[in-house]
Design a protein around this ligand. Structure first.
Ligand SMILES: NC(=O)c1ccc[n+]([C@@H]2O[C@H](COP(=O)([O-])OP(=O)(O)OC[C@H]3O[C@@H](n4cnc5c(N)ncnc54)[C@H](OP(=O)(O)O)[C@@H]3O)[C@@H](O)[C@H]2O)c1
Length: 269
């Protein structure tokens, strides 16, 4: 855990604790910042972005000492029960409790028919469906103890209106969406389970293997009634709403500037 000078106000041992997977940057980091601002102690999980995760934790620990920690893990740990056990132990030992689990980590890239392979299937399903289920299961005793909640980052393309050429991603998010509804039933009344479905809130980094081209970006923005890409803090706002909405479970809030209304289904715009 990152330490901060003792002169800083210290996080209370009574503050609730939130874990956000894949939260070193982008939407995950916005959720972490918003929760921290509300008084949460936050666990920033990352895989490759350890440097960014540590910088974020240092920044938050300067605001309140001992209020942010980093846990590094490839989510393939869910394929190995011993590794998953170690991960759960690390998470719980960080602050001694867990109140909110946010499934944010994801992979996103096209998988055009004819070229779909097992590696794509495994990777897209791992982050977007399998890890959320196995993490939820493994952490459920701790969430139950706190009468906590789970929030899943889904997608407006997770049902009815697929994103063209992203079949495997669409299928994985659809499975994740059904997980939210299934676990909401099975975990009630102890743990609430809800989802947030972004439209286009942060475009993939242009340098990343997930980048989409200019033409595709323009056609997406043209199809958004509010005529702009959303902001990460607008997703975080809905996540924090669901955390405190004590009579809501099994619900999925769409945060897309109206984009779902314009989707023809089967086409990008
Ligand atoms: N961006 C959007 O507009 C949009 C639209 C619809 C839905 N969403 C959903 O909202 C969520 C956040 O979106 P985003 O664009 O901010 O996400 P992102 O940048 O694509 O991914 C978030 C993080 O996931 C982590 N990750 C990927 N594979 C991992 C693995 N095997 N093990 C551990 N961590 C792994 C990465 O962590 P490291 O960098 O540390 O490796 C990455 O930084 C996602 O679930 C996404 O599907 C986003």
């Amino acid at each position: 855990m990152n330490q901060a000078p003792h002169t800083m106000p210290s996080a209370s041992h009574h503050s609730p604790v939130m874990l956000v997977t894949g939260s070193a940057k982008r939407i995950g980091a916005a959720i972490v910042r918003a929760a921290h601002h509300k008084g949460y102690r936050v666990i920033i999980h990352c895989h490759h972005s350890e440097q960014q995760a540590k910088e974020l934790a240092t920044e938050l620990n300067h605001i309140r000492a001992n209020s942010a920690a980093v846990v590094v893990a490839d989510l393939t740990i869910v394929n190995d029960s011993a590794a998953l056990h170690v991960f759960v132990k690390d998470i719980i030992e960080t602050f001694g409790q867990l109140d909110v689990l946010v499934h944010n980590a994801s992979r996103f890239y096209p998988s055009p028919l004819g070229n779909i392979d097992h590696a794509q299937w495994d990777e897209l399903f791992l982050t977007n469906a399998k890890a959320p289920l196995f993490l939820s299961q493994a952490l459920s005793p701790y969430l139950k103890k706190q009468r906590g909640c789970i929030i899943s980052l889904l997608d407006i393309h997770a049902h009815d209106r697929p994103f063209s050429h992203y079949t495997v991603y669409n299928m994985a998010k659809a499975a994740h969406r059904m997980m939210v509804q299934s676990l909401a039933l099975e975990m009630a009344p102890d743990i609430r389970v809800n989802g947030v479905a972004p439209g286009v809130n942060v475009l993939p980094d242009s340098a990343s293997d997930q980048a989409i081209d200019d033409k595709q970006q323009k056609s997406i923005i043209d199809a958004i009634p509010l005529q702009r890409v959303g902001r990460p803090d607008e997703i975080a706002h809905s996540v924090l709403y669901l955390v405190q909405a004590k009579y809501i479970t099994g619900e999925i809030i769409t945060v897309d500037g109206g984009r779902s209304l314009t989707l023809a289904g089967g086409h990008i715009s």
